[in-house]
Design a protein around this ligand. Structure first.
Ligand code: GAL
Length: 369
């Protein structure tokens, strides 16, 4: 009897061991296949979820090549895109180029050689990134231009916000407060096609006031790499070269607005000079509550990221994407989807940014008196 019992126990243990073994092997497989050059959060998640890995092997694999994670928004874009794409059964390999063209191109090359089914690209340089589209198409890999347009290429789809409208919103908010006077323009990075669209939108509103002599542009500068420190230095030059005699600043995003307001604060002028922004960064929304920044342009990133994740999976499955809009990129009319931005001032923060849960009420009003 004891002997029979012993044999049964042994059999049971072996069975358990066999089960244990099986688990290990699928994880192992996962780990082996997936590691890309630079493991980001998304990769680690993908690696950890061994089961998912099994699914992904026959599922869609997407390469997400970002210019940078410098601004708060890009981290949000990454996380929302990855979680939606994974929800749809795809795996995502995220690469950030730290605003370096050569790095972005080699990362894209790496993603292509790993055999991704589709590339989503936020280009650092609108022109230089055209070579990424050529490389991808040589391997029949479609490319989606995310938020920023890739110029002079056969890119397959462009999804963004109406960026000219963003510029119009910035200039409208500031000219309503300062219909006459001396203006400083602190623009974005001229390598970024969006920076040119923001400026075009601003000039749609400013030009008639310039022509009528109501306002004068006394300083106008692109900001290398959208870096706040560069915006700070440019704004210091603008103040020095105009003996602090300026009335308004149009800054292209919240990062540059932060640099501008630092320069104004050093002259005791913060809160007196209206300043625009974009991206609804937490620090900027707090500045709007405190009164040192006038407005920001809120772009619901979840709508963009989730829409592109859905379209990426559809395209990777070979589905045709119909769009009602096209944008000419210098080579073709790119099928495009442009989402609506939202102008935000102190008056509508609660109904927009907080209502959407983009930031919590507690965080936004933490410095409010
Ligand atoms: C633009 C983007 C903005 C801003 C900027 C800096 O292309 O549309 O939201 O963040 O880049 O990265």
């Amino acid at each position: 009897m004891k002997k029979v019992f012993g044999i049964l126990l042994l059999a049971l243990l072996l069975l358990l061991a066999a089960c244990g073994e099986e688990e290990t092997s699928s994880e192992d497989t996962g780990t082996d296949d997936a590691p890309a050059e630079e493991n980001t959060e998304a990769d680690e998640e993908t690696e950890d979820s061994g089961e998912e890995e099994a699914t992904n092997e026959d599922g869609i694999s997407i390469g997400f090549s970002l210019d940078t994670l410098q601004e708060e928004r890009w981290q949000r874009d990454r996380d929302l895109f990855v979680s939606k794409a994974e929800e749809l059964g795809a795996s995502v390999n995220v690469q950030s180029a730290d605003s370096d063209d050569a790095k972005q191109i080699s990362q894209a090359e790496n993603l292509i050689s790993q055999g991704v089914d589709l590339l989503v690209v936020v280009p650092h340089d609108a022109e230089v990134s055209a070579s990424i589209v050529e490389m991808a198409h040589a391997e029949d890999i479609p490319v989606i231009s995310y938020d920023r347009l890739i110029k002079n290429s056969e890119v397959d789809l462009y999804v963004s916000f109406d960026n000219e409208r963003v510029g119009e919103m910035q200039a409208t908010a500031i000219t309503e407060l300062v219909p006459q006077g001396k203006y400083v323009l602190i623009e974005g990075a001229d390598t970024d096609n969006n920076a040119h669209l923001f400026k075009q939108g601003q000039m749609n509103i400013l030009q008639p006031l310039i022509d009528s002599g109501d306002i004068e542009i006394v300083y106008d500068q692109w900001t290398k790499g959208w870096e706040p420190e560069e915006a700070l230095a440019n704004m210091e030059n603008a103040l020095t070269s105009n003996d602090n005699d300026i009335d308004a600043v149009i800054a292209a995003n919240d990062g540059t607005a932060g640099g501008v307001i630092q320069a104004l604060a050093a002259q005791g002028m913060d809160g007196e000079i209206p300043v625009s922004g974009q991206d609804a960064e937490l620090a900027a929304v707090q500045r709007i509550v405190e009164g040192t920044q006038t407005m920001t342009v809120y772009k619901p990133i979840r709508d963009l990221a989730e829409r592109v994740a859905e379209l990426a999976v559809q395209m990777a499955n070979g589905e045709e994407i119909e769009t009602s809009t096209t944008v000419n990129n210098g080579q073709i009319d790119v099928p495009s989807i442009l989402l609506d931005p939202i102008a935000v001032t102190k008056e509508n923060i609660d109904d927009t940014i907080i209502a959407d849960g983009f930031h919590s009420e507690e965080d936004v009003y933490q410095n409010a008196e």
